[in-house]
Design a protein around this ligand. Structure first.
Ligand SMILES: NC(=O)c1ccc[n+]([C@@H]2O[C@H](COP(=O)([O-])OP(=O)(O)OC[C@H]3O[C@@H](n4cnc5c(N)ncnc54)[C@H](O)[C@@H]3O)[C@@H](O)[C@H]2O)c1
Length: 334
């Protein structure tokens, strides 16, 4: 018997589809609500689908009425930093207005638990790493600013209507489903690992190494790569925490380990046994030199054991397994 339906906005996307699988494994029924702007129909395989847009309040009401969810996991949104600099209104509409609709629907349909995809972009360019949750929030692009505004909206809804929420600030989600069912596949790709695997497979031009003059040991930017399956488990734990009456919170989801672009390339070459075609290019505006999480709060609250956290090797192994097997076929529409 199901432990209850969970409305998963963006459940056809990269992180959302992995969360649906984890929800189903934990006994919940994930109901994907998605407009397929960047998501994939083939990734919806663990529960019912409600095609729809979070900007469409009537469609949301219908989905709530039909499935009577006990909670919401909210992944849907616009998530390209560069695009947010060019089209800020799109980001405020998708991320803030879309979430306003969802919060409103939760109030009307009496849904009290809300897990939200936030981001380390709320911290901007922090003065020190690792970044803990007390680090000042100073986003440097509309994407991060819109996510921070949603956190504030959720805090207000918590105060006024008793909504309980977990805002999960991911660092760099990476890797693929260890069983090979799901992987990273978007119409516009900006993430390092899928870009470099595509370059290896000849599916796109050489990888651009964006910035080789950062104040880091090898001159390239350092990020905290967290396995998407570990993120999915953390979402289920956050949900269980809220359903058990736990307090609202905002917390980091990262590993505490940083890897430079050059280190990721070297590891990818070792694991795939193939060279990564690449060219050096200038920095991308707005990319901080180093973003690494202090993951302590989430580990403590959600009982996540550091020994169960996948490292870079595992991330690359699973991403490569999915990419080598499925990426070309998916690009061809298969
Ligand atoms: N991938 C990362 O490294 C990362 C890091 C930090 C935060 N996040 C956040 O996590 C969430 C998921 O990211 P992802 O990498 O899986 O992205 P994604 O693009 O793969 O998934 C987003 C999903 O939302 C759907 N969607 C978008 N707008 C919608 C709308 N208006 N109505 C209904 N559905 C809509 C898309 O079709 C897609 O299925 C995003 O909110 C993103 O900001 C991701």
């Amino acid at each position: 018997m199901s432990r209850g339906a969970v409305l998963v906005t963006g459940g056809a996307g990269y992180v959302g589809s992995h969360a649906c699988k984890a929800l189903a494994l934990a006994g919940f029924t994930p109901v994907t609500f998605d407009n397929f702007s960047t998501g994939n129909r083939w990734a919806v395989r663990f529960g019912p689908l409600e095609p729809g847009d979070i900007l469409d309040l009537a469609a949301l009401h219908l989905a709530f009425k039909r499935h009577r969810p006990i909670a919401v996991m909210h992944f849907a949104g616009a998530a390209l930093v560069g695009e947010s600099m060019r089209e800020p209104a799109l980001y405020w509409r998708q991320n803030l207005a879309g979430t306003l609709n969802l919060v409103e629907a939760c109030r009307i349909h009496d849904v009290g638990a809300f897990v939200f995809s936030s981001t380390c972009a709320v911290y901007g360019t922090p003065e020190r790493v690792p970044i803990d949750e007390d680090t000042p929030k100073a986003p440097i692009n509309p994407y991060g600013a819109s996510k921070l505004a949603v956190e504030r909206l959720l805090a207000d809804a918590a105060m006024a209507h008793g909504l309980r929420f977990a805002a999960l600030r991911y660092f760099n989600a990476a890797g693929a489903d260890p069983e090979g069912e799901l992987g990273e596949h978007r119409p516009v790709e900006t993430h390092l690992i899928p870009l470099l695997l595509d370059a290896i497979l000849g599916l796109r031009p050489p990888l651009q190494v964006l910035g080789t003059d950062y104040p880091t040991p090898d001159g390239t930017a350092i990020r905290d790569y967290v396995h998407v399956a570990d993120l999915a488990v953390a979402h289920v734990r956050a949900l269980e925490h809220l359903l058990a009456g736990g307090d609202s919170l905002a917390c980091n989801l990262g590993t505490g380990e940083g890897h430079s672009v050059r280190q990721v390339i070297e590891a990818a070459e070792r694991i795939t046994g193939r060279p990564v075609p690449r060219v050096e290019a200038p920095r991308r505006p707005g990319d901080p030199p180093r973003l690494v999480a202090d993951p302590g709060l989430a580990r403590d609250r959600f009982r996540l054991l550091p020994s169960n956290v996948a490292g870079l090797e595992r991330i690359l192994e699973t991403a490569w397994a999915w990419h080598a097997c499925h990426r070309a076929r998916r690009l061809a529409g298969g």
